[in-house]
Design a binder for this molecule. Structure first.
Ligand SMILES: Nc1ncnc2c1ncn2[C@@H]1O[C@H](COP(=O)(O)OP(=O)(O)OP(=O)(O)O)[C@@H](O)[C@H]1O
Ligand SMILES: [Mg+2]
Length: 274
């Protein structure tokens, strides 16, 4: 039987926690495990997923697809074993597209992507703007990324609550850029999140690692650039966990994803249930 597609948004309340880095590298790591993966740049205004993926010349992008100027397949680029739907950055497009994003077209695009892949990872923009809501609502699962500070945890709490409202499921979170003396430990993060949200395990603790920025400068995902560095090891472990290949309590939803995705988007954007 064909595996059911999994859609996962990577989100945070606060900007700069490492969402784009994680989307790209978790995607590549899942690809290396033999999974079919598409990563989508949902950060329409600040689009930079393609840069982390080493794609500098993407003639066609998500804006063209949303506006109906291009088909999904014309905007999918393959690099490092996975497909990327980049967003590009053109001032006139940002203004135009953001004001005219059509719910029906977003649904069509997401459904087409889910037909083609096992994993769809969506790099969500920070905050709780429309594009964040769309990115989170479009996926059945959400992985919040926090940094090991109290303010970042409070922001992660907010984004988990938002995901709950949108019907997106969060099994656990990722703590990124950890390891400084004053940082909260994994236990402290789990205690804090547990007090406010019930149980919220830390699925991965990714240390601050200079290789991440070196790799970014070269336009190569760090899991390819330096597979043995601490950050890559942690991301590869996370990929095994997310793929369900490790003995960890990450239980994906069982029902078909596509119809549900559509319903959640409609609920999120219109308040109507279908
Ligand atoms: N574990 C890490 N160690 C060192 N640097 C990191 C790590 N994770 C991310 N970074 C760096 O932090 C910066 C911000 O990361 P990234 O762009 O992925 O965050 P973001 O959450 O997508 O930001 P935004 O909210 O602006 O979209 C980047 O320069 C990235 O290379
Ligand atoms: Mg980003």
């Amino acid at each position: 039987m064909k595996a059911k597609p999994r859609s996962v948004s990577i989100a945070s309340g606060k900007g700069g926690t490492g969402k784009t880095t994680l989307t790209a590298n978790l995607g590549v790591a899942l690809g290396a495990l033999g999974k079919k993966v598409i990563i989508l740049d949902g950060d329409l205004a600040m689009a930079n997923l393609s840069i982390v993926m080493g794609l500098t010349k993407c003639e066609t992008n998500f804006f063209d697809v949303l506006s109906g100027k291009a088909d999904v397949n014309e905007a999918l680029y393959t690099n490092y074993g996975i497909k990327v739907l980049p967003c590009g950055f053109r001032f006139e497009d940002v203004h135009d597209a953001l004001s005219k994003v059509k719910r029906e077209r977003v649904e069509e695009v997401i459904n087409e992507l889910l037909r083609q892949t096992e994993f769809l990872l969506i790099d969500a923009p920070a905050g709780i703007q429309d594009t964040t809501i769309i990115s989170i609502a479009a996926a059945r699962e959400m992985i919040p990324v926090c940094n090991p500070t109290y303010t970042s945890l409070v922001d992660a709490y907010k984004i988990v609550r938002l995901a709950n409202v949108l019907g997106s499921w969060t099994r656990g979170m990722v703590a990124n850029r950890t390891g400084k003396a004053a940082d909260l430990s994994t236990e402290e993060i789990e205690q804090f999140m547990g007090r406010t949200l019930g149980a919220m395990p830390v699925l991965a603790d990714i240390p601050e690692d200079p290789k991440v920025q070196e790799a970014e400068r070269d336009g190569v995902p760090v899991v390819v650039y330096e597979p043995e560095c601490e950050a890559s090891v942690a991301i590869n472990e996370l990929a095994k966990l997310v793929a369900g290949e490790a003995d960890l309590p990450y239980v994906p939803y069982e029902e078909p994803a596509i119809r549900e995705t559509t319903s959640r988007l409609i609920r999120a954007l219109t308040g109507r249930s279908v």
